[in-house]
Design a protein. Structure first.
Length: 318
């Protein structure tokens, strides 16, 4: 079954017949909130342990967090949205927006990711090909104007946060996310991304990345883990392989046959998958974060990408 990204990306290609009816149906179903809010979520949880029993299930608040992201709702709007559902179901005791906010952050990022995690689908696909890149998200809607007025180094007017992302190429599904400030270099986060993927039980056979990741340390790490490094080398890269044979071999091939032939032979164009995921993310969730505190920004960005993974894999398997 094709994912919505594959259907969309193939829509403009003349040799491929576009399945527009399937594509349209997927986007319509994506915003059907009944898919995310099951009736069992409104039942009170089973009491366990000491203290006052909770009135609402954790899963209810995680589902509400997904709806907040999908429909771009504020916390107060989310309460109003939920009131309408409670009124239709004739249920009393709707949680307030402060209760929703506090419970979501009490639940924590680990449980939220576990609820939306569907990487088991990818584990059954065997060896995976990953594309890695980074992109910036604005801290608020007016970040660019603030940077021009107050300067890039202003502590009170931060401009961007940087998202480092690993994407599975065939399904366009994000599999690892790291959030840093804008001053952290791209190459420093590739190895942690790969380690996150390996720790989740994913089998990786190849990694695609641009010239920002052209370092001997990265080539050596991928070679030691028997992962093919399809990384574009910087112009004039040395062909010597005394400390990094894998990189020297790539440089020698490019010098002998040219960069264009290297790209074609290694199918380097597959790296565009990560660019498409960033584009899809910013289309669905916008290109700025709404949280104000740094820890809440990290929580928002990572959970948004995992929710994006959840809806993509749900669509991919249907």
């Amino acid at each position: 079954m094709e994912s919505v990204e594959e259907l969309y990306n193939g829509a403009w290609q003349t040799p491929k017949k576009s399945n527009w009816s399937r594509y349209n149906e997927i986007l319509v179903q994506r915003h059907d909130f009944s898919i995310y809010l099951d009736g069992s979520l409104f039942e009170p949880p089973t009491y366990q342990g000491k203290g006052r029993p909770k009135r609402f299930k954790d899963e209810l608040f995680i589902a509400l967090l997904g709806l907040r992201y999908l429909f771009n709702l504020s916390w107060r709007s989310l309460e109003g949205f939920l009131r309408g559902i409670y009124r239709q179901l004739r249920i009393k005791g709707c949680p307030t927006y402060t209760t929703i906010f506090k419970r979501i952050h009490e639940i924590g990022i680990k449980k939220v990711l576990e609820y939306w995690d569907r990487l088991d689908i990818l584990k059954g696909m065997g060896d995976l090909v990953l594309a890695v890149d980074s992109s910036g998200l604005r801290v608020n809607k007016y970040s660019e104007w603030m940077r021009k007025k107050w300067g890039i180094d202003s502590k009170t007017h931060r401009g961007f946060i940087k998202v480092h992302l690993a994407v599975e190429v065939s399904t366009h599904v994000p599999v690892a996310v790291i959030v840093t400030d804008e001053k952290v270099g791209d190459s420093k986060e590739l190895i942690p991304l790969i380690e996150m993927c390996l720790s989740q039980g994913l089998k990786i056979k190849e990694v695609l990345a641009d010239g920002a990741y052209d370092t001997k340390k990265i080539f050596g790490y991928l070679s030691n883990h028997k992962i093919l490094a399809t990384i574009r080398l910087r112009k004039g890269a040395s062909t010597k392989s005394r400390t990094c044979p894998a990189r020297g071999k790539e440089a020698l091939y490019i010098r002998e046959y040219g960069l264009d032939k290297w790209k074609k032979s290694r199918k380097y164009a597959r790296r565009v998958a990560v660019e498409r995921v960033f584009g899809g993310y910013k289309t669905v969730f916008d290109d700025h974060v709404r949280a104000k505190l740094w820890e809440h920004m990290i929580f928002e960005v990572i959970t948004k990408f995992w929710f994006y993974q959840y809806i993509l894999l749900r669509e991919y398997t249907e």
